[in-house]
Design a binder for this molecule. Structure first.
Ligand code: ATP
Length: 365
């Protein structure tokens, strides 16, 4: 099992102080619009590397009226161990992590705690820009391989530097060689990790009996090509220099990849499917991710499913709940009313969130 068994939010968004005791079952959170439900999911998302599910800056997460900083404390039940985790930000500074009382990196956090999410902003994921699909895939990759964050950071840092040279119209190849070889090394690792994650997802989808449609997945570059090795990428970068100088930015590399999804049974591209079908394809991938991790790591990731029932029909909602419970995944789900979760019965832990004068309160039942 991978689950938070205790969670405390202090001065985090609309929650001045909230203390939750959890028993490992899925968590169904209900409350009116603006009550503070997604804020709880965002807090849980920070028990993994990165900026959390809203991709917000640390300063924005502090309770507005006080703005002194925020702190989250969690007890994480992992397959073989229990961890005490603190993460916080003081006066807008970068967020810190402590595991069992010792300062830790976000990558170390990713090695013990895996979190994957689906939020309403992703409902149009198949239709909108490729960046969202890359981010979705990278979050899944991160759950399989926490060191992906490091490759991603190295790649972006070198690319920023290269883009600066391009903008300044620096033409001497000597300035580019080291940066391009760094980009090729990290970029190839990034690409290979994505390819591997897709294989895991496809495998987990093929093996499972599920009410969710299978998504056929393909990773392509914006121009339909993808260098197959570090050397290929290095060469492609060197070859692209002339064009990149004209564009003032790097035009080849994994930062331009795209994830193409197809509704396998119908042979229809995901972007041409109905809204509910598009959502079902995303849920299918999240479940495949959970199944695959459960097999290889002994536990599925924690799943954050914000307003997950939106666009799903009653049959698919029931099937989703059954799969989550079958996997023994700690899924954190939100909805405006308790009736959305009634078919779960006592298979889930119910929380109600209320809001009064900008202050959220959590009630456990
Ligand atoms: N830094 C902050 N300080 C105080 N309040 C904040 C902060 N950031 C966001 N909020 C407020 O938190 C409230 C709850 O937001 P949240 O997104 O959790 O609501 P929700 O319960 O998920 O609502 P909905 O059902 O509409 O999605 C919002 O009114 C928002 O303005």
């Amino acid at each position: 099992m991978l689950a938070l068994t205790a969670l405390t939010l202090s001065h985090f968004r609309s929650h001045k102080w909230a203390e939750l005791t959890l028993d490992g079952r899925p968590v169904a959170i209900h409350g009116a619009n603006g009550a503070g439900k997604t804020n709880i999911l965002e807090a849980v998302s920070l028990f993994s590397p990165g900026r959390g599910l809203r991709r917000a800056g640390a300063a924005d997460m502090a309770r507005r009226t006080e703005a002194l900083g925020w702190k989250l404390t969690g007890q994480l039940q992992a397959p073989n161990q229990i961890y005490e985790i603190d993460t916080w930000s003081e006066a807008g500074a970068a967020r810190q992590v402590r595991i069992d009382g010792k300062t830790a990196s976000q990558i170390a956090l990713g090695k013990i705690s895996r979190v994957v999410w689906l939020i309403p902003a992703m409902d149009r994921l198949w239709i909108e820009a490729a960046e969202g699909r890359r981010r979705f895939l990278d979050r899944i990759v991160l759950s399989f391989d926490p060191t992906h964050a490091e490759a991603s950071l190295t790649y972006e840092k070198s690319m920023r530097e290269r883009n600066r040279l391009l903008k300044e119209q620096v033409r001497d190849p000597a300035w580019y060689r080291v940066l391009e070889s760094q980009m090729a090394e990290a970029g190839n690792r990034l690409h290979q990790a994505r390819v591997l994650a897709l294989e895991h997802l496809q495998g987990a989808q093929a093996e499972a009996e599920t009410a969710f449609p299978t998504a056929e997945l393909e990773l392509i570059q914006s121009e339909g090509t993808m260098p197959g090795s570090q050397e290929d990428l290095c060469e492609a970068l060197a070859e692209s220099r002339f064009r990149d100088l004209a564009a003032g930015r790097t035009l080849v590399g994994p930062h331009r990849s795209d994830l193409i999804g197809t509704f396998a049974a119908k042979g229809v591209p995901a972007k041409e499917c109905s809204t509910g079908e598009q959502k079902a394809l995303l849920v299918s991938l999240i479940l495949a991710n959970a199944r695959s991790l459960a097999q290889r790591e002994g536990a599925p990731p924690m799943l954050l499913l914000d307003e997950v029932t939106a666009h799903l029909d009653a049959e698919r909602c029931a099937a989703l709940y059954d799969e989550i419970c079958g996997l023994r995944a700690q899924a954190w789900m939100t909805g405006t009313g308790p009736e959305l979760f009634s078919v779960l019965g006592d298979r889930a832990q119910m929380l109600q969130v209320t809001e009064n004068d900008g202050l959220s309160q959590v009630h456990q039942s």
